[in-house]
Design a binder for this molecule. Sequence first.
Ligand SMILES: NC(=O)C1=CN([C@@H]2O[C@H](COP(=O)(O)OP(=O)(O)OC[C@H]3O[C@@H](n4cnc5c(N)ncnc54)[C@H](O)[C@@H]3O)[C@@H](O)[C@H]2O)[C@@H](O)CC1
Ligand SMILES: Nc1ncnc2c1ncn2[C@@H]1O[C@H](COP(=O)(O)OP(=O)(O)O)[C@@H](O)[C@H]1O
Ligand SMILES: [K+]
Length: 461
Amino acid sequence: MQNIYYEVGSLDKRCYEQFALSEDLLMEHAALALEKEITKTFDKNSSVLIVSGMGNNGADGIALARLLYKTYDVKLYIPFELKSPMAKLQLKRAQLLGVNLINELQECDIVVDSLFGSGLKRDLNEASQKIIETLNSYNSYKIACDIPTGIDFKGDISTLAFFADVTVTMGALKTSLFTDTAKDYVGEIVVANLGVQREVYETKTDLFLLEKEDLKLPLRDKKNAHKGTFGHLNVVIGSKKGAGVIAAKAAFGFGAGLVSVICHECVDLPYHIMQTHNLSENCTAIALGMGLGIYDEKEIENILQSKLPTIIDADLFYEDIIKIALQKEVVLTPHPKEFCALLNVCELADIKVKELQKNRFKYVEMFCKKYPKVVLLLKGANVLIAQNEKIFVNTFGSAVLSKGGSGDVLGGLVGSLLAQGYKPLDAAISASLAHAIAASNYKKNNYSLIPSDLVEEVKRL
Ligand SMILES: NC(=O)C1=CN([C@@H]2O[C@H](COP(=O)(O)OP(=O)(O)OC[C@H]3O[C@@H](n4cnc5c(N)ncnc54)[C@H](O)[C@@H]3O)[C@@H](O)[C@H]2O)[C@@H](O)CC1
Ligand SMILES: Nc1ncnc2c1ncn2[C@@H]1O[C@H](COP(=O)(O)OP(=O)(O)O)[C@@H](O)[C@H]1O
Ligand SMILES: [K+]
């Protein structure tokens, strides 16, 4: 996994103060990283439009123009008067070489957006919006310097933003690149080394980007084993029975030795899933909430009081009864609307989904501060998995998963790993990764996946 930061200004400052690196030196490395992004794919003489703003983001772009000058067909566009001293210095250097400025935007093979970076404040003015609109309309390969212009430090977009194919971000990863809103804009994210290795530049953090290697599949390493060795998950089935059945099937496919559903009515189950009325004696984990609907309060209260590892989903996030479980290491898997309801039930905030989506990290932190034992998995385009002070981001998911039943599969996968003895945080991380990576392996198209296809892909991981 990789480190993420809310801001990197303090890391830059550390470079100046502790390692005697200069702003100029850091900026030169920023420009070199942008140059590398171009030279690795594009032949000499390709045309490069660089759009530079008045601050240091613009300065990075102007330094790039100098680096590319003569081998690439560089077109430097500076729409506003430069403000930052570094931008002015970079322009002086570029012009001494002979780099010419262009007066209007021109479509090129490559576009570099260095209009605004981490210094973006306020809404983009009309002139900037027009520029971004025009750049977005080009078929060029689009590179964002540090962050696509229009995304603010919280990862929010107030008017519009640059659609990058790749974002070369300076020094380290920032949370603003990993909001659900930013996901459509950032493209591939590359981190530029600013003159020291990332291991040196970065300091301790509690935020992490998950990578494929962080997925720990429940591969069986014991030869002397039987079905009981791999746990017994009980899935509580509610009035919308399908949800629990999907979760049960997913759990079985992900390695649980035994899976039973707790249901008092007749359910149509595959032969390998059992049905029971009460918690099984050898039950090792519980999944409940998915499709629960109307429920028997006493029964759910008893289940929530159990000491067994538990994953809770869906309908229970709207109910006071959930508070029984929040002092334990349970896994909660709400989608944004459910998380808003949960924040309300827990008297933490009374907010709408829009406010949550603008501040996902903040509300996740707030919840985990009050309930440090709980493992919270907040669904979304980028899933956040958190416990106590740590937050892990899973960016592997895609719109392939935007289907009824995808969340039920996820609940089953988490339950399966809990039943097999994973620690709650590890279960949430590996289940979330398996869920998203399995969906990305579904190659037919991005609209037709159904829960059973997803389970099939999980089986093939
Ligand atoms: N140590 C450093 O500071 C480094 C900075 N680097 C680059 O510097 C960037 C940050 O530079 P700055 O702090 O100068 O910020 P920016 O270049 O992002 O922009 C700040 C300037 O834009 C103006 N501005 C902000 N929002 C505006 C809006 N909506 N409409 C019109 N004007 C607006 C501000 O008044 C300020 O003059 C980073 O994103 C990165 O690309 C890199 O060169 C690496 C080192
Ligand atoms: N656009 C998307 N990008 C990434 N993941 C997505 C996207 N849409 C949905 N998902 C994932 O699919 C799952 C949907 O869960 P949920 O909304 O609870 O559905 P349901 O209750 O119908 O099963 C979540 O894990 C979510 O993160
Ligand atoms: K930018």
